[in-house]
Design a protein around this ligand. Structure first.
Ligand code: 4GO
Length: 227
């Protein structure tokens, strides 16, 4: 899957997505991530990308033309892609959840637009954006961190990014429940021991215990997920 990120701060997303699992997935070719500096598409002699809002009001808005030209350049670079979507990261959007991540992981091409300042001229949303997505009900200074979060959540579901599909079969939110507790060595830590069943080697009992624990933890920490 290919991800293109339109931003005024490409270094920010490159740094975050260049490390760890997502960085390795880029190196192995399982996914492609490209950041694009919207400022490179400004035709203004001072490379301006923002201006004051018509009608007055505080702050600056990102202008539509450089974003549009950046978008057109991405379409050219990526070529024909059957399943493509353009997403604007915004507190107005539907809040990201695991189902949305799974839906987006079916695409071939995800183009992300990161706003800054007071946001973007609304006409760029009308013209190129398919969907607005939020990472939660709070406001940030830019869409870059939300974009990195979205790429991470989607990319880890793409083939070849994690070792095996089992990696996300039992984790929190995969089946509408939170994950059961996990233990590794040592068998005793500050007087706390590993539950006997996990040392028993009895896989049916272990599965049963884990499911019970997942239900109990979900009821206690996130009862809203059960309704
Ligand atoms: C996204 C973008 C919050 C989110 C943002 C979010 N704040 N909750 N800020 O996903 C336009 C200018 C949006 C700054 C951006």
């Amino acid at each position: 899957m290919r991800f293109d990120i339109m931003t005024l701060f490409p270094g920010l997303v490159d740094t975050v997505l260049g490390e760890s699992v997502i960085g390795r997935a880029q190196k192995s070719g399982a996914i492609t991530v490209r950041s694009h500096n919207i400022r490179d598409y400004s035709k203004d002699k001072h490379h301006r990308v923002d201006d004051t809002p018509y009608g007055g009001g505080k702050g600056m808005l990102m202008m539509a033309p450089p974003i549009y030209d950046c978008y057109q350049a991405i379409l050219e670079m990526a070529g024909e892609m059957p399943r493509r979507r353009v997403v604007y990261l915004s507190p107005r959007g539907k809040v990201l959840d695991q189902a949305k991540a799974r839906e987006l992981a079916e695409l071939d091409h995800l183009i992300l637009l990161c706003g800054h300042y007071e946001g973007v001229d609304t006409r760029i949303i009308e013209e190129i954006v398919d969907e607005e997505i939020s990472i939660g009900d709070y406001v940030l200074t830019g869409g870059e961190i939300p974009a990195c979060i979205l790429v991470d959540a989607v990319a880890r579901l793409c083939d070849g990014v994690l070792a095996a599909p089992e990696c996300y079969e039992n984790e929190s939110h995969s089946a509408g429940l939170l994950e059961y507790p996990q233990y590794t060595r040592p068998v005793e830590f500050r007087g706390r021991t590993v539950p006997e069943v996990l040392l028993s080697g009895h896989h049916a009992n272990i599965d049963k215990w884990r499911l019970e624990q997942a239900k109990e933890i979900t009821a206690r920490l996130r009862p809203d997920l059960l309704s």
